[in-house]
Design a protein around this ligand. Sequence first.
Ligand code: ARG
Length: 296
Amino acid sequence: MTSRPLILMTDPGHYEVSYQINPWMRPDAWAECGATRAEAARGASAALCAALQMVGAQVEILAGKPGLPDMVFPANAAVVLDGVALMAHFRHPERQGEEAPFRQGFEALRARRLIDEIVALPPGLFQEGAGDAHWDAHRQLFWTGYGPRSAKEATPVIAEVFGQEVVALELATQQFYHLDTCFCPLPGGEVLYFPPAFTEAGRAAIAAFTDPEQRIEASPDEAGAFCVNAVCLGRTVVMAKAPARLKAILAERGYRVVEIDLSPFILSGGAAFCMTLRLDQTAARTRPALPFAANA
Ligand code: ARG
């Protein structure tokens, strides 16, 4: 069955950069001209939404909340596969307030049957959603990131909840604090990634699960422009403004790159993938019964 991709985004009306929990975040730069930047952010979010719709996606917009500016990054709200949403638990107190409104948002999605089940993590375990758990439809497995934000111990939970294979990658830097900032599996089996973001063991795991010709290494300026943080829909890759080299590489591989100026969000350390969450992805192999109590 093929259906339209269903993507969650958050209304950027309450977006700002008012604290710093990653090295990209610049509250000072934001404060200099907050009103202009807020307007630019609304424009950038609308442009991303329009680009996704143009490629055929249905976009659901969740309301934001004042004082929770990073709700614009719903990739961190949950891990979603086969209609099951495993809700996130954030490491930083600055973002923990998002958990309740995201939960309410998912309950509303469930009421509309856009998702089926909502599952909570075991208490005390940090896991920041799809930002640290990238579903690879080609390999039928999750790649997870751990270290700066999500805990290593979240990996077996994801494996059990979804009944799928998980490859855990240790993240080595604070700059690339979520897996989605430095790793992107493409639909044709290639992986676009930034090797210095990973520990040696992480790079070895990537090498073990990919063929050499499938590995596309982003340069420091490409990773720093948040181009790895991309949304792939079929052969279209939607990303922040990209250096020419990367666009040429992807074109050669048969991908069409759609670029959006997401600079207001890069000021918070996020871009296209972070600003979205796929709700419709399904695995080829169905999962066994849930070991964790799904909240009815
Ligand atoms: N300011 C946010 C944070 O540090 C940005 C999150 C970006 N999201 C992502 N999935 N990489 O948490």
